[in-house]
Structures are given as structure tokens and as C-alpha cells.
Ligand binder design. Structure first.
Ligand code: UDP
Length: 316
């Protein structure tokens, strides 16, 4: 297959690129590099089945030749990124999705949208099945991301229903692993770096809010299976192992052998979901998929990567 991955130089996009190449496909990675980096794809330079195009997908997308699939993964994805880039976040979810869908239609390609657990907002149903409509504040700090992704889902279904486009929607829950941006502000990079530097771990609020963390290889497997499945309706891909942020801080301190204390910081302005846990019954049923990597095993892969990265930058 010849596959276009938007956001191909990002954390998830670059891991997906690796997977598709290792399966023998041809990959075109497209990225405007505002949150992605060519460091994530540098190891692919000169690969005969790989090509990189620097382009902002909110503008008309031109790709020469046939395409069999488009995976639309371009978007700022961490809360501080979309607070800093609110307009770009809305544009890539709305205009970028429209452009990528238009390209899929023109090429007769299958289209897969990277959606998010954020479509559930601060959920009042726990854990969250795909049938839950969500509880989102459109004008809150996360609204730019949540509503862009909700619009993107609606647009994807409209292309499916109106144009008969072959589409897939994955709702991705918190995912971590090597190549997360050091400064993206999310809890995994923050805590690991703080622990490695023996600095205080910054828990926002009282740390009783929960998240369910999935290792990147599980996400990649789920997306790969979804693309080749027949499932058009959204599918949650995440690890149901749920931890409070305080528990997560303890795990990171233990696995890094750190001497860091925990400090508590004000949470009020963040519109932070209080709980989050995927219901993955559907992924089990329609994809035969479930996560295989435990939090400890995933962190054992991730911590050395951060250590190496910090040393390379002279920060450790
Ligand atoms: N968080 C924290 N300390 C940090 C960064 C994040 O306590 O240094 C909390 C954050 O308030 C949220 C959770 O960790 O409750 C996950 O935050 P993240 O930014 O990773 O992603 P989210 O799931 O909120 O989109």
C-alpha cells in the first residue's frame, strides 16, 4: 500500500510510519513541524519506501501518484500546546481534516482519523464506551482541541455517508513512549524528567484525578488493526489500567530510583477531566485487540529514552 500519514514527524505519526514501513508499505509522512520534529524520522533518511513532505495540511494538500490510505494524525495534542496554538489546533482539526478527506476522496483512499478520548470531555460515565456522547465545555481551555476533534469525527462520518468514502475513527486515550516531546507539558514527560533530575514532581490539584496510560506499541497495533478492519464507527484504543496522578507519580519515582519529592500545584484553570478510562469491549470484539504492555513495562522502555535524550542535550 501507499500510505500518507499526516503528522508523520510527530510522536504517534512517526511510530506509525515505522510500523507501515516494517510491513512493506510505502509511506509519505507530512508535517508542518510546529510540534513534530524531523528528529523522529531522521533514522528513515534514504529509506527507499519513505518520503517526507513539509506541509501544513490546513492548506490544499497535493500528493503525486496513487494513495491507498490516509492516516490523519496531524494536530497539537498536549494541553499546553493547544493552549498556545488554539487557532492552529482548531484549523487542523477542521480545515485539515477536510483537506485530508478531500484528498482521500480524490485518490479513492481509505481514511483513518486520529480522534481522542477528549471527545468525552470531563466524563459523567465511567469508564467511557464509544456510545457515550461526552461532556465537553466548548469555551473552556480544552474546547479548541475537543471541539476540533468532535467536528473532525462529524466531517469524517459525513464523507462516509454522503460520498461513500471508506473511513475509520480511532479514539486514542493517553499514550506514552519514546519520542514524546520533552517540553510538551504532559504528565509523562514532566514526571520522568523531574524524577531523573531529582526535582520535585508537579502534581496538579490534589492528584486524585485519574488517567489510563497506554504504551505506544499497543496504540500502533490497535490503529493498524482498525485500518484493516471493517469498523466504520469510532473505536476506543487505550489501556484500561487506571491510576490517580498521585499513584502515577509514585510509580515514576520508584522506577527511576529518584529522590524527588512531590509538590502540589493549582489546577483550577485547566478544566481537567477528573477521571478517564477506556471501555475497550468494542476493540476486543471487532479487532481482537487488547493492550499487552503494563505501565511498569512501558515505563521501563520510556525512562531510558528520556535519560538518553536529556544527556544528549546536556541537561543531565
Ligand atoms: N499533570 C500533573 N502534573 C504535570 C502535568 C500534568 O499533575 O506536570 C496532570 C494533569 O493535570 C492531568 C493529568 O496529569 O490531570 C494528565 O495530564 P496530561 O497533560 O498528560 O494530559 P491530559 O490527559 O490531561 O490531556
Amino acid at each position: 500500500m501507499r500510505v500518507l500519514i499526516t503528522g508523520g514527524a510527530g510522536f504517534l505519526g512517526s511510530h506509525l510510519t515505522d510500523r507501515f514501513l516494517s510491513e512493506g508499505h510505502e509511506v509519505i509522512a507530512m508535517d508542518n513541524l510546529i510540534t513534530g520534529t524531523t528528529d523522529n524520522i531522521a533514522h528513515l533518511a534514504g529509506h527507499p519506501r519513505f518520503m517526507f513532505i513539509k506541509h501544513d495540511v490546513t492548506n490544499y494538500i497535493y500528493v503525486d501518484g496513487p494513495l491507498d490510505a490516509i492516516l490523519h494524525f496531524a494536530s497539537p495534542a498536549s494541553p499546553i500546546d493547544y493552549l498556545e496554538l488554539p487557532i492552529q489546533t482548531l484549523k487542523v482539526g477542521a480545515l485539515g481534516t477536510h483537506k485530508a478527506l478531500g484528498l482521500a476522496k480524490a485518490k479513492g483512499a481509505r481514511f483513518l482519523l486520529a480522534s481522542t478520548s477528549e471527545v468525552y470531555g470531563d466524563p459523567q460515565v465511567h469508564p467511557q464506551p464509544e456510545s457515550y456522547y461526552g461532556h465537553v465545555n466548548p469555551v473552556g481551555p480544552r474546547g479548541v482541541y475537543d471541539e476540533a476533534k468532535r467536528f473532525a469525527e462529524a466531517m469524517t462520518m459525513a464523507y462516509h455517508n454522503y460520498h461513500g468514502l471508506d473511513t475509520r475513527i480511532v479514539r486514542i486515550f493517553n499514550t506514552y513512549g519514546p519520542r514524546m516531546r520533552l517540553r510538551d507539558g504532559r504528565v509523562v514527560p514532566n514526571f520522568i524528567q523531574q524524577a531523573l533530575k531529582n526535582e520535585p514532581l508537579t502534581v496538579y490539584g490534589d492528584g486524585s484525578q485519574t488517567r489510563s496510560f497506554q504504551y505506544v506499541s499497543d496504540l500502533v497495533e490497535g490503529v493498524y488493526r482498525l485500518l484493516f478492519s471493517d469498523e466504520v464507527e469510532p473505536v476506543n484504543i487505550g489501556n484500561p489500567g487506571e491510576f490517580t496522578i498521585r499513584e502515577f507519580a509514585d510509580v515514576v519515582i520508584k522506577l527511576t530510583g529518584s529522590k524527588s519529592p512531590i509538590v502540589y500545584k493549582d489546577l483550577r484553570t485547566r478544566d481537567d477531566p477528573q477521571v478517564r478510562q477506556p471501555d475497550i469491549a468494542k476493540a476486543r470484539r471487532v479487532l481482537g485487540w487488547e493492550p499487552l504492555v503494563s505501565l511498569e513495562a512501558g515505563l521501563e522502555q520510556t525512562i531510558p529514552w528520556f535519560r538518553e535524550e536529556l544527556r544528549r542535550r546536556g541537561e543531565l
